[in-house]
Design a protein around this ligand. Structure first.
Ligand code: BMA
Length: 313
């Protein structure tokens, strides 16, 4: 068979680009960063930092070129605040950032590790120094969530991943005020059996708006006797009805291959929570946690991903 798997993402040669050794205060590990471009073109990563108690907080790292010379906040940027938000008792994790033009603010949707498991929490910021917390907006067990950047019709839309007895699938919910959520719709189901994305999937980075639809990079978790394998796949959804899936790739497009992805606190994990788009409007910089231990960068093309999906049935 003369079949070559297309390489949709290319790893940066300086990977991993951020590790615990870069931090200005003692930590265990840094991974799963949210990402955004600030108005002056600076890349901001909001990194999940696990301290040496095992609890996570968020810390901002900024770089002019998105690769080198990271300026890391000298102290945690956003700490769990269990006194005021008891749901943040065991830490805050895996932020997804969406700039919301209507509000002129960045929405940060993150995991609050509650006594009853992970829930979805929301905060807003204008500058990544001051934060307005909305608290938990989806009760446990739920995570891997992001806000769409504008309303769909009159409603804000939140993509998230509740867990229920039959499996862990991606849902979308709607709200008029960002606090009360309803009209829950199943968006993408985990496959079954031997598939790479059987039983448990979740959104990775916030959906990418393209003229063809919302391009979604999602992770699939394959359970094996040796542990879990986290890989990435692609799907496309209708712009006006995000729960309508237009295309879904059958093969995974990115998986743990390098040593820094296979070995770490949790091996065989690639886990992106954020991306930036280059000024050409096509080059996508995917920032991902590698093996729950470091941050790495892979670059792809939105057009190439759409073309690849086009060929899927
Ligand atoms: C998922 C999340 C991620 C983590 C991954 C692998 O469930 O908790 O934060 O990177 O597991 O441990």
């Amino acid at each position: 068979m003369n079949y070559q798997h297309p390489e949709l993402f290319h790893r940066h040669k300086l990977n991993p680009i951020l590790t615990a050794a870069d931090w200005t205060y003692p930590i265990n590990s840094v991974f799963n960063p949210g990402a955004t471009l600030l108005p002056d073109g600076t890349t901001l990563l909001l990194c999940r930092v696990e301290d040496r108690r095992g609890l996570s907080h968020l810390c901002a790292a900024r770089s002019a070129d998105g690769v080198n010379d990271w300026k890391i906040d000298p102290q945690p940027t956003l700490m769990p605040d269990p006194d005021h938000y008891p749901e943040e008792l065991w830490g805050i994790e895996d932020p997804r950032i969406t700039y919301v033009p209507e509000l002129r603010k960045y929405a940060i949707v993150y995991t609050a590790y509650t006594r009853d498991g992970p829930g979805v929490a929301l905060a807003f910021t204008e500058d990544f120094h001051h934060f307005e917390r909305f608290g938990v907006i989806m009760s446990p067990e739920d995570k891997d969530a992001a806000l769409l950047p504008h309303r769909i019709g009159n409603y804000w839309a939140l993509i998230h991943r509740p867990v229920s007895a039959p499996g862990a699938h991606i849902w979308v919910s709607y709200s008029s005020d960002l606090r009360h959520w309803g009209s829950h719709k199943l968006m993408l189901e985990a496959r079954k059996g031997a598939w790479w994305d059987a039983n448990k999937i979740g959104l990775s980075v916030p959906p990418i708006e393209t003229p063809q639809g919302w391009l979604v990079i999602y992770h699939g978790v394959k359970q094996t006797p040796a542990g879990c394998l986290y890989r990435l796949g692609l799907a496309l959804f209708d712009l006006h009805t995000p729960e309508r899936c237009l295309k879904r790739g059958s093969e995974w497009i990115f998986g743990p291959e390098e040593l820094y992805e296979q070995h770490g606190d949790v091996g065989y994990v690639v886990f992106p929570c954020g991306y930036t788009l280059a000024p050409d409007g096509d080059t996508l910089n995917l920032y991902y946690g590698a093996a729950d231990s470091s941050i790495a960068l892979a670059t792809g093309s939105v057009q190439a991903m759409l073309k690849w999906l086009e060929q899927e049935r």
